[in-house]
Design a protein around this ligand. Structure first.
Ligand code: FAD
Length: 392
């Protein structure tokens, strides 16, 4: 892979909206991605393997629980810092960002928000340091966009719960020590349970042959009469709103993250367009290539403004789930379109692993589907503005 020469575009001087702390946090993440991710990520994506050696570095830049209070090992940062960390990591690779998103928003967040003090103290510091990795089991083979229909269930057996069912498409599953699993009790109410590797009847087979997020490990969670200690139930929130609350936090991170992927594609294509000579001129001098580049920077700038404002609303505790859906949907589509256009600017070179663009392009095909599909987010906006539910 070519050396990482990334320079971040900031067409509207948005850095003026950031605090010194935001910029320091971003710089640390950017430097780490250049040093520890860019040189190895193409190789790991090609061999479809998660690079375990980067876990420590992810913890050090605050990617595991950026906004979780320091008393639990988190970085205690605000929502804009959280977003900027996700942006920088996804600039390197969406699969690496997925690992961090799951750990922070889908594992640490529910333990912090819905767990009790013993659970927080037992799990959060180890998850923040990367000593333990976590995964989040919501999706099932027959229930993706409709998680409320889940059939994974647990029964009260007096001194423990008995858990049965299966989850699929679970990021980090093959190596996670801890799984936050959503299952129905005997009354059909959804609860979160913390399931640990090693519990009898719990297995995590890996999903192979993905063309997307190849550097992120994906798998199933199988529960065959797993005895879960009663103290592993998250006591402070139940119902579908509990997992959806985690998804709000993760989707917000995605809205920032994909800007990173888009910026990397734009920056690569801009540089290439000035270096590649055809018909005696740099291809960037042809109007058709300038149109692509001008539209890319326009869309990146709009996405940056959207997420920055959403970050301010999140810091004030005012962002709605529907606002987060809009940003996730808009920004992922923006990034996927930019990756496709950038690939064309590189001609044949664009399909090779010499450059990051094709990998970003393929990764974004998962990002547009997970954490609520593109269609479902549109329907959430539709529901929000009309008050009429077209989802079910
Ligand atoms: C790489 C990867 C990693 C993932 N990681 C995790 C994870 O860590 N944890 C987890 O729990 N899940 C995870 N997922 C699962 C992901 O969230 C689901 O794939 C997603 O929610 C969609 O579910 P589905 O694939 O079953 O598609 P379906 O729900 O079957 O949807 C298929 C199509 O139908 C459309 N559709 C569905 N319902 C409607 C409707 N009401 N109106 C109009 N159109 C509709 C969808 O938009 C989509 O286009 C991951 C997925 C992938 C690909």
């Amino acid at each position: 892979m070519k050396p990482d020469l990334f320079e971040a575009p900031d067409y509207y001087n948005l850095d003026e909206l950031l605090s010194d702390e935001h910029k320091l946090v971003r710089q640390a993440a950017r430097d780490w991605v250049k040093r520890d991710v860019s040189p190895i990520i193409e190789e790991y994506a090609q061999k479809a393997e998660f690079p375990n050696q980067i876990i420590k570095g992810l913890a050090e830049i605050g990617a595991f629980g950026p906004y979780i209070p320091e008393e639990y090992g988190g970085a205690g940062l605000d929502q804009i810092s959280y977003g900027l960390i996700m942006q920088e990591i996804e600039r390197g690779d969406s699969g690496v960002r997925s690992t961090a998103s799951v750990q922070s928003s889908l594992v640490m967040y529910p333990i912090w928000k819905y767990g009790n003090e013993e659970q927080r103290k037992k799990y959060l510091p180890k998850l923040a340091s990367g000593e333990w990795m976590g995964c989040f089991g919501l999706t099932e083979p027959d229930h993706g966009s409709n998680p409320g229909g889940m059939t994974t269930n647990f029964k009260d057996k007096g001194d423990h719960y008995l858990l049965n069912g299966a989850k699929m498409w679970i990021s980090n599953a093959p190596f996670a020590q801890v799984a936050v699993v959503w299952a129905k009790n005997e009354e059909g109410r959804i609860h979160g349970l913390i399931v640990e590797r090693g519990m009898e009847g719990f297995s995590t087979p890996e999903t192979h042959n993905k063309w997307s997020l190849r550097a992120s490990a994906t798998g199933e969670l199988i529960f065959d009469n797993v005895k879960v200690p009663k103290e592993n139930l998250l006591p402070n929130k139940s119902g579908l709103g509990a997992p959806l609350g985690c998804l709000d936090s993760a989707r917000y991170g995605i809205a920032w993250g994909v800007i990173g992927a888009a910026m990397d594609c734009y920056d690569t294509a801009l540089r290439y367009s000035k270096e590649r000579i055809q018909f005696g001129k740099p291809i960037g001098q042809f109007q058709l290539q300038q149109k692509k580049l001008a539209e890319m920077i326009t869309e990146i700038t709009k996405a940056q403004l959207l997420t920055w404002r959403l970050g301010v609303l999140r810091n004030e505790g005012k962002a709605t789930s529907a606002q987060i859906s809009m940003a996730k949907r808009n920004n992922v589509e923006m990034a996927i379109n930019i990756a496709r256009e950038a690939r064309q600017i590189l001609g044949g070179m664009g399909i090779t692993g010499e450059y990051s663009i094709m990998r970003h392009s393929m990764n974004l095909e998962s990002v547009i589907t997970y954490e609520g599909t593109h269609d479902i987010h549109l329907l959430i906006t539709g529901l929000d503005i009309t008050g009429l539910n077209a989802i079910q």
